[in-house]
Write a new protein. Structure first.
Length: 474
């Protein structure tokens, strides 16, 4: 199949443009003037005679209006029908759909709350702590945890006005708060002929501020029976919503292995490679076949999971500076490879990472027979990886993958924030004890200004001694 890329001014020299058979400019760097302009994208489609548009996993990928606009001009949108996107795009409507599909969901309301009084009644009925969520929200935006009744009225007003401002709809609803949940999701693929299969789960609990950092398949806590129950429930929901193409059903799983429907993502997701590795399927290829109207080439009993896959999302960001984005010129790039390593990389040496978009550089994926071996393979690959010129989060993965709790799969959605707040472990892990001892002795001596050690420096230059002390602080 011939491919056509679209690009913004910031992406003129990007890798996807280089790989495509043809490429067309959309507009200036800001997404609102380029990648979010559905009208311009459809203009390009008509100019080059494209049969179909793959929306990727950001920008317009979950935009029902864009899917409809494609349909209207006879271009296939590689994704679900706009109607299914609309039902599942509203959290409250999705919760109603979950009920008709007999899918377990978090207890709470299934439609928007009219006022504070109704919120009080619902919260009292389900019991505190509770969570207020925006019906049009996602990724944690417009979400509020509420521990006791006194906090509810203020939170209700704040959450609904935040939702109104962010999403153009102030509709909010209530859920019971699930404590220390895991985030586990089921990958689905449905065709236009009423067939739908589930392709196992992904464990996505290692997150920071609602951004996934590591994903793996399978989850260490999902056995065959739980997988079947979650998978069959996800398929029921998809079929009842008239869903077609790739989709993902998100669940919260509590410590007792109860699972609760959270929401459905109506697109292919960033982390789909881990599912491809454990199922041996090419999900984008399946998306194309389904979009061409073909029946799924596999039945549920053909889906076999093998081995373990783990993905690290490599970002241009500085873990030592609050994960601040670190765009700029990549001066050097040494990419890992070898047995069991897959890298889906978007950059090259000489490329300048623009500050206009999410600074994800690459997805590094390790595959091995067991979780233990996949983690070790990933550690080996991370050690080979060199990205020069910009700050990246590569070192953070070393910390996670060598952490005792992670290796024992003792993770939940709060795991990474807890690890990051415990900074002392970092120094002990990377600096040998002898060096710490020598540094401490020198530092103590410098404070006292003892004979010969650093006393002379302090008299000569305050800058020198300050620099020296900073250095000793590691
Ligand atoms: C929850 C929850 C606990 N209880 N709902 C955050 C993003 C949004 N999609 C749903 N989220 C949550 N909903 C109830 N009733 C905890 C979270 C949550 C979370 C969920 C998935 C992945 C990471 C998370 C991090 C913090 C909170």
């Amino acid at each position: 199949m011939a491919t056509v890329a679209v690009y913004s001014d910031a992406d003129r020299g990007a890798l996807h443009v280089l790989h495509a058979d043809e490429a067309y400019r959309l507009g200036p760097a800001p997404a609102a003037a380029s990648y979010l302009r559905g009208d311009l994208i459809l203009e390009v489609a008509s100019r080059c005679g494209a049969d179909a548009i793959h929306p990727g996993y950001g920008f317009l990928s979950e935009n029902a209006d864009f899917a409809e606009a494609c349909q209207a001009v006879g271009v296939t949108f590689i994704g679900p029908p706009a109607t299914a996107m609309r039902v599942l795009g509203s959290k409250t409507r999705a919760r109603q759909a979950a009920d008709s599909a007999e899918m377990p969901r978090v207890p709470g309301s299934v439609r928007g709350l009219a006022d504070v009084a109704e919120a009080q009644r619902v919260a009292a009925a389900i019991g505190y702590p509770v969570m207020l969520k925006a019906a049009a929200g996602g990724g944690g935006k417009g979400m509020r945890a509420i521990a006791k009744p006194e906090e509810l009225a203020g939170a209700f007003i704040a959450a609904s006005s935040e939702a109104e401002r962010s999403f153009g709809s102030g509709e909010v609803y209530l859920e019971k708060l699930i404590e220390r949940p895991r985030h586990i999701e089921i990958q689905l693929m449905a065709d236009e002929h009423g067939h739908c299969v589930y392709l196992g789960e992904r464990e996505c609990s290692v997150q920071r501020r609602h951004q996934k950092v590591i994903e793996e398949a399978p989850s260490a806590v999902v056995g065959e029976a739980l997988r079947r129950r979650m998978g069959e429930a996800a398929v029921r929901l998809a079929l009842s919503a008239g869903y077609v193409n790739a989709g993902t059903v998100e669940f919260l799983v509590d410590a007792d292995e109860n699972f609760y429907f959270l929401e459905m993502n109506t697109r292919l997701q960033v982390e789909h490679p881990v599912t491809e590795l454990v199922t041996g399927l090419d999900l984008v290829h399946l998306q194309l076949r389904v979009a061409m109207g073909e029946p799924l080439p596999i039945r549920q009993e053909d889906v076999r999971l093998r081995g373990h896959a783990i993905e690290c999302r490599i970002y241009a960001e500085d873990p030592d500076n609050n994960f601040f984005p670190s765009p700029g010129l990549i001066t050097r790039l040494v990419q890992p490879g070898g047995p069991g390593i897959r890298e889906d990389c978007a950059v090259f040496a000489g490329w300048t990472v623009p500050l206009d978009y999410d600074p994800m550089l690459s997805k590094l994926v390790a595959f091995a027979p067991t979780r233990e071996m996949a983690i070790d393979r990933m550690l080996r690959a991370l050690e080979e990886y060199v990205i020069g010129g910009i700050k990246t989060n590569i070192a953070l993965f070393r910390r996670i993958l060598t952490d005792t709790d992670f290796r024992a799969a003792r993770i939940d959605t709060g795991y990474l924030e807890r690890l990051l707040s415990f900074r002392a472990s970092e120094v002990g892990e990377t600096v040998p004890e002898e060096i710490v001892a020598v540094a401490a002795a020198l530092f103590a001596a410098s404070l006292k200004g003892e004979a010969g050690v650093v006393g002379s420096a302090s008299e000569e230059s305050r800058w020198a001694v300050t620099g020296f002390r900073e250095g000793l602080r590691l």
